[in-house]
Write a new protein. Structure first.
Length: 383
């Protein structure tokens, strides 16, 4: 099987490291279903900013990597397209994770060669490109059109949401809604500790907000939370903001400085996944202010720790949260108004609701649902 995605793998001294969630554990699923697996994606040379990622042993070792330089342009795009065509031709099963330019090209050749393919939809290309940059706003309509057209006729589609992506990119083929979130077993003691933490909150101490997301990606929206806590603290409230996530944080640092909350905004850097839950246990409220998401893993993980949670009206976020705690994308005013509602009663209620909702992401049930669907695809392709 060959897996197409625009993921960036970091190369360092002949070894390759994942820059996100595509790790050995995730790839093991595909190995179980298909045997040998090749991943067609991007290669990015390591810099000093990747030292922590490399030291935390994020090396990918169990799949073959067929990588291209991240700077695809008009001069080398023809070479890349030819490479995609050859990759499709030489493999039996084609799996594409969208949104992805490579995926759109791969599907075109899979259809020409009459090869069965399966598409995983993990995000909305319109939101991703439109909220990225000026260049992204030019690309967004084209990616939206081609993704929508591609998915309409795709024979097998896996959506990470239950409603949002299905509405925006419907298919006539077989499909399921199945989150890609993997949670450890949820022990009742987790919720008990969260409720005790809320009951012990001291009025004079700051309420700690948290977001897990890359700090150099503007559409993650952390700047709006920084501006909101500045507004609230000037009104006499006491909020801190703890940001977990890799990338250059200079822009957000500047926002915090301009807003006068440098001492209230803390950058924790990229955390190894095993330490993310300790971070979540330390915060009081989780907030997902993104302008683009599929079904955010970080939000589900926060809810699994009983975190009272707020989020923007983006992607699959409203499928997870209490509708009373959803705010308009980029609205500092709405974030501020919601945070003013925070009190002990609200936090206790939302902690229990979050934990209960997270239980829907039971690993065994999701794995069974996902496996049954992929095996149907494999058997059909064999026939």
């Amino acid at each position: 099987m060959i897996f197409f995605h625009s993921h960036k793998f970091i190369s360092d001294n002949g070894k390759y490291y994942t820059s996100g969630s595509l790790n050995n554990g995730v790839f093991q699923r595909y190995l179980n279903w298909f045997g040998e697996v090749t991943v067609f994606a991007n290669e990015l040379s390591a810099t000093k900013d990747h030292a922590k990622l490399i030291n935390d042993n994020n090396e990918v070792t169990n799949v073959n990597l067929d990588l291209v330089n991240t700077k695809v342009n008009l001069r080398n795009s023809i070479t890349v397209i030819r490479k995609i065509k050859e990759a499709v031709y030489s493999h039996d099963y084609i799996v594409i994770r969208m949104p992805s330019f490579y995926g759109i090209v791969a599907i075109r050749y899979a259809e020409k060669m009459n090869k069965k393919y399966l598409v995983e939809v993990v995000g909305c290309p319109w939101d991703a490109f439109w909220n990225h940059s000026l260049k992204g706003k030019i690309i967004a309509p084209f990616m939206w059109f081609f993704t929508r057209k591609t998915l309409k006729d795709a024979p097998y589609v896996v959506y990470v949401t239950n409603e949002f992506l299905q509405r925006r990119y419907p298919t006539k083929g077989k499909s399921i809604g199945c989150s890609d979130v993997v949670l450890p077993k949820l022990e009742k003691g987790i919720l008990k500790k969260r409720l005790e933490k809320i009951n012990l909150l001291e009025k004079r101490k700051p309420i700690i907000l948290g977001t897990t997301a890359a700090v150099n990606v503007r559409y993650k929206g952390q700047e709006y939370v920084i501006k909101a806590i500045s507004k609230l603290n000037n009104e006499g409230h006491n909020f801190e903001y703890h940001l977990a996530g890799g990338g250059d944080n200079q822009y957000l640092k500047n926002v915090a400085k301009e807003c006068g909350v440098e001492d209230k905004v803390f950058f924790l850097g990229a955390l190894p996944h095993v330490k993310v839950f300790d971070y979540l246990d330390n915060i009081d409220i989780y907030i997902q202010p993104s302008k683009q998401e599929g079904l955010p893993r970080a939000l589900v993980e926060a809810m699994s720790r009983g975190c009272p949670s707020l989020g923007s009206k983006t992607g699959g976020i409203p499928e997870l949260l209490n509708k009373e705690f959803i705010f308009k994308n980029g609205s500092v005013e709405e974030i501020s108004e919601l945070l003013k509602k925070v009190d002990e009663k609200m936090m206790l209620f939302e902690a229990e609701r979050s934990f209960k909702k997270a239980n829907e992401f039971n690993k065994e049930l999701l794995d069974k649902k996902r496996t049954n669907f992929y095996l149907k695809f494999v058997r059909n392709a064999e026939i």
